[in-house]
Design a protein around this ligand. Structure first.
Ligand code: ZN
Ligand code: ZN
Length: 466
């Protein structure tokens, strides 16, 4: 009898470990013989109790729970319904994952400059803006530096593209040897106000940096494909590849050239307005979008000025010339009726968050979530949408570069362009303290001061580490 009790007990424990939520909401089907055994062993056998165990507190189709909305629920393949841990989940074939790699105009430890990362089930990856510090979140999320490419700039305010020079330089160094950096962005009021001009000057600004890294293999790393589109070609398609379409329209944001984007793939759509005033063009061109992300400013001018010291007049004028108030975000969402409306490019502050919710909610009663602070993640399929926080390390290292070796049967490592002698005076190298003076006795690592060949290298796939 004792042994039998132990056995039955084990069955119960095993069920609870499998998670009670998977018990059927229907009348539990338990073998009558087993029930008799349980009863004899002194266990509760009332089927009603079993039913309560599996359904208590859970709607399971019996009622609509809380204020949640249809289709807003976690997908079964998520490792955790509350946190995304980078590197632990594959994007499903019909899924879009959107990560807020930066969420603020004001970079601060919990919020980097604006950046929205869109990953598709077909392997496509797209960066919308890349503000100051957002690079840190990309790296913490395990995105290899050499795979940061296809950057779409909404406009040329520094809080939207300060991480681009970093990606340009360190991506080239870390393995983006065979691909140019691809940047998409609007033209401007004059040639000098366009994306091509800004990127060409950025490259010039980095002359010293490029030369110094040219003692390493870089290949095409310093080359750029800048796709500048006419800013006023509202609705124009600027990317059309592998079933992905990206289109744009103007935003009223102080100066001509500011743009909003929309990405369509697999019957789903994500739009990101960048910065700008409440815009009737957004109603037109973001129509039908599943996920609509807009910038927002909470209207608390006098309180905010007390908090940050910005004069209420400047605060008021900044919003009224350039930005999207919370009430207007709600208005936009209510007109477009997305499956989920999100606001980003906002200060995530406990004093203003409840106010911002209330302002958005004034006109929009549907699904809404902040695209802030950093590393808010959205998973979206045609049926479901779910928003989580990420768990990322504070001191991550960079992910190993990833290469497409299949197409060529191996990896080509380009030749380096310079030796140190080409770009540095001999006398400063002579002034280097000889290693034997600082290394311990018997410790003498071979000094590698030049790339070992002036020819490109080909490493066949068979020779590479699996
Ligand atoms: Zn901005
Ligand atoms: Zn701006």
């Amino acid at each position: 009898m004792k042994a039998k009790t132990w056995l039955v007990n084990l069955v119960i424990v095993a069920v609870s470990l499998t998670s009670l939520s998977v018990l059927s909401a229907e009348k539990p089907k338990i073998d009558p013989k087993k029930m008799a055994e349980l009863e004899a062993a002194g266990f509760e056998t009332n089927p009603e109790v079993f039913k309560q165990l599996s359904t208590g507190g859970q709607p399971m189709g019996r009622w609509k729970e809380g204020l949640t909305f249809d289709g807003i629920e976690p997908m079964p393949w998520l490792k955790s319904a509350t946190n995304w841990m980078p590197g632990t989940e594959e994007i499903q074939e019909n899924e879009i994952r959107v990560t807020f790699m930066g969420s603020s105009p004001l970079p601060r430890p919990g919020q980097m400059g604006t950046s929205v990362y869109v990953e598709l089930g077909n392997g496509g990856k797209f960066i919308f803006d890349m503000g100051p510090g957002s690079i840190a979140n990309y790296l913490a999320a395990g995105v290899p530096l050499n795979q940061l490419n296809d950057i779409f700039l909404t406009h040329l305010h520094w809080d939207h593209f300060a991480s681009v020079p970093y990606v340009y330089m360190f991506g080239g160094w870390a393995g983006r040897w065979h691909e140019k950096l691809r940047v998409y962005g609007p033209s401007g009021r004059t040639e000098k106000h366009g994306t091509a001009y800004a990127m060409a000057r950025m490259s010039e600004m980095l002359t010293w940096h490029k030369d110094s890294f040219d003692i390493f293999p870089v290949g095409k790393g310093w080359e750029m494909d800048v796709h500048e589109f006419p800013f006023d070609d509202d609705g124009g398609i600027i990317y059309d590849k592998d079933g992905v379409k990206v289109s744009h329209w103007r935003q009223s944001h102080t100066e001509d050239g500011a743009s909003a984007y929309r990405l369509d793939w697999n019957g789903m759509c994500v739009s990101f307005t960048g910065d700008g005033r409440p815009n009737s063009l957004t109603l037109k061109y973001a129509k039908g979008c599943d996920l609509v992300i807009t910038e927002v400013q909470v209207e608390l001018m006098s309180i905010s000025s007390g908090v940050s010291g910005v004069s209420p007049l400047i605060g008021r004028m900044t919003v009224d010339t350039s930005h999207n108030p919370g009430y207007a975000a709600g208005y936009l969402f209510n007109k477009i009726k997305p499956r989920l409306g999100m606001t980003t490019h906002m200060s995530y502050d406990s004093y203003s968050n409840p106010e911002l919710y209330a302002q958005v909610r004034e006109k929009w009663k549907g699904p809404f979530h902040f695209g802030a602070p950093d590393m808010v993640v959205v998973n979206m399929t045609p049926e479901k949408l779910w928003v989580r926080e990420s768990a990322i390390p504070e001191y991550p290292n960079i992910a190993a570069p990833k290469f497409d070796v299949k197409s060529q049967g191996g990896l080509v490592i380009p030749a380096a362009k310079y030796n140190r002698a080409d770009i540095q005076q001999q006398s400063i190298r002579d002034a280097e303290i000889p290693p034997k003076k600082y290394y311990p006795k018997g410790y003498a690592p071979e000094q590698i001061t030049e790339w070992p060949t002036d020819k490109p290298l080909f490493i066949p796939v068979e020779m590479m580490k699996k």
